[in-house]
Ligand binder design. Structure first.
Ligand code: CP
Ligand code: NVA
Length: 305
């Protein structure tokens, strides 16, 4: 039983296999073909937080692959006092073939994976967003033509998205640089974990955005206050003010692309001029969530064509 809870659940070869299936399915989709690789398979999406991209791209992916999906929001009683996660997961796993879970707590997704008896995919937790990172590096390869040896500069909070990107970059031979204010870098536990599992990973941290983007093939940012941190938003606006990705910063790396997982807080972590500008690839980046997740589902369920 394979799960995708964090990107390090995959080897580099497995990531490449998922990319290859995704690419094949994307080319067929562009040519008007939607191969039913997963007929009558059922995906449950169990979400404790809002979502546009993750929810809709997974639901569309299952439809394209000939399967079905169902969205279970708060009224399902997940992670509430209605019933235990153990009972919820064991029952749900009897109905469906695969589960995507977006949770306030990473531990909840791990617990679900332990009991469900079907593959569980992390659709975002406080710690990780592996589907996002996979689609991002799939996109970067499409844009640049290669991945190994590139530098990805993440300017902003060392959050779930940054952590998953850092690990996946380490896995695929990309240098990852985080530019963040003091107090918002990666924590020691995460640094030690990455050093232990990926000793060759090049993961640098700085508080200087200009230095971070100097050799970057991609400049990436995300919201300063993630879902669940809304109460800190005003304070974080002050702390992160010097980390806005604006035209002056992008002018330091004119050949770099601009990436953002979305949703964006325009005028905070990124200006309109950058996100709508010539270096931005945020819309194809979001579109690729669909293609990558089709490849992931086909790979995880062992039905790649
Ligand atoms: N990027 C991303 O995961 O978007 P949603 O929160 O809309 O799913
Ligand atoms: N870091 C953001 C990502 C949203 C896709 C959050 O967790 O809210």
């Amino acid at each position: 039983m394979r799960h995708l809870i964090v990107p390090e659940n995959l080897t580099a070869a497995e990531v490449e296999a998922i990319f290859a299936i995704s690419r094949d399915l994307q080319e067929k989709f562009v040519a008007g073909r939607r191969d039913a690789l997963l007929p009558a398979r059922v995906l449950a999406l169990v979400f404790e937080k809002p979502s546009l991209r993750t929810r809709v791209s997974f639901e569309a992916a299952m439809t394209h692959l000939g399967g079905a999906s169902m969205f279970l929001g708060e009224d399902s009683g997940f992670a509430s006092s209605r019933e235990s996660i153990t009972d919820f997961g064991r029952v749900l796993g009897g109905y469906v073939d695969v589960i995507v879970c977006r949770s306030r707590s990473h531990d909840t997704i791990e617990r679900l994976a332990e009991v469900a008896g079907v593959p569980v995919i992390n659709g975002l937790s406080d710690l990780a967003h592996p589907c996002q990172a996979l689609a991002d590096l799939y996109t970067l390869r499409q844009e640049v033509g290669r991945l190994h040896g590139l530098t990805l500069a993440f300017v902003g909070d060392g959050n779930n998205v940054a952590r998953s990107l850092a690990v996946l970059c380490g896995l695929l031979g990309i240098r990852f640089v985080l530019a963040a204010p003091r107090g918002y870098h990666f924590d020691t536990t995460f640094r030690r974990h990455v050093a232990a599992i990926l000793p060759d990973a090049e993961i640098d941290e700085t508080d200087d955005p200009a230095a971070a983007v100097a050799d970057a093939a991609a400049v990436y940012t995300d919201v300063w206050a993630s879902m669940g941190q809304e109460a800190e938003r005003a304070a974080r606006q002050k702390v992160f003010a010097a980390y806005q990705v604006d035209e002056a910063l992008m002018a330091r790396c004119p050949d770099a692309v601009f990436m953002h997982c979305l949703p964006a807080r325009r005028g905070e972590e990124v200006t309109d001029a950058v996100i709508d500008g010539p270096q931005s690839i945020v819309i194809p980046q979001a579109a690729n969530r669909l293609h990558l997740q089709k490849g992931l589902l086909a790979w995880l369920l062992g039905h790649a064509g």
